[in-house]
Write a protein of this length. Structure first.
Length: 200
């Protein structure tokens, strides 16, 4: 599939069939995340991949709103939880070629551990489309994070960004709402050319 078509077709899919994924497809999608850029090539991320039905069943109680509002998300054969590891970045930038030996978080203009893990997540979303699949990124509410960590043995140093479901779209997938199309912002509104407020 052409890259422009992958980008055009990407949307958050919340209705899946229970058709399994071939293991090699799962591995290609996970491997794509490792190609994301990261500050200082820190690669301060980790990914909890849930492919076994029993493991996925253990996950869903931590996102009850998703279960209540879009129960067919549970049919997705792959759930990935991307996790950001801030300490990797602080340690990487304390190395001689960077020189931030104090490991001060205040030096960072933005929390790149979240940004980079988000870019890795986007690569998985795009790779799913390229494989002919659907995918959705969704949040895990703060009150569920510690119980989630306890259930899956995730250390406190790793911050879950949310969950990603990946699988085959349901045959009766609802059409995209016209409201969603109408809300897509025009580039002329958000792209400033040479000066803030200049759109042409």
């Amino acid at each position: 599939m052409e890259f422009s078509e992958v980008v055009r077709r990407r949307r958050m899919i919340r209705h899946y069939s229970d058709k399994p994924l071939a293991p090699e497809v799962t591995e290609r999608i996970l491997a794509s995340a490792l190609r994301a850029p990261s500050a200082g090539f820190s690669q301060g991320w980790a990914f909890l991949a849930l492919t076994d039905a029993a493991d996925r069943a253990r996950f869903w109680p931590f996102v009850p709103t998703r279960v209540e509002n879009t129960p067919t998300m549970q049919d997705a054969p792959l759930v990935v939880v991307p996790l950001a590891h801030k300490a990797t970045y602080l340690e990487r930038y304390a190395e001689p070629d960077k020189g931030w030996e104090d490991r001060a978080e205040a030096r960072w203009p933005a929390p790149y551990w979240y940004i980079d893990t988000g870019m890795a997540s986007l690569l998985m979303l795009l790779s799913a489309v390229d494989e002919g699949l659907g995918a959705c990124f969704f949040g895990i509410m703060p009150e569920h994070l510690q119980p989630f960590r306890g259930e899956f043995g995730v250390p406190d140093a790793y911050a879950p960004l949310g969950g990603i479901t990946i699988g085959y779209r349901a045959d009766d997938l609802p059409p995209q709402s016209p409201r969603t199309r109408d809300r897509r912002r025009d580039p002329r509104e958000v792209v400033h050319r040479g000066q803030w407020g200049r759109h042409a």
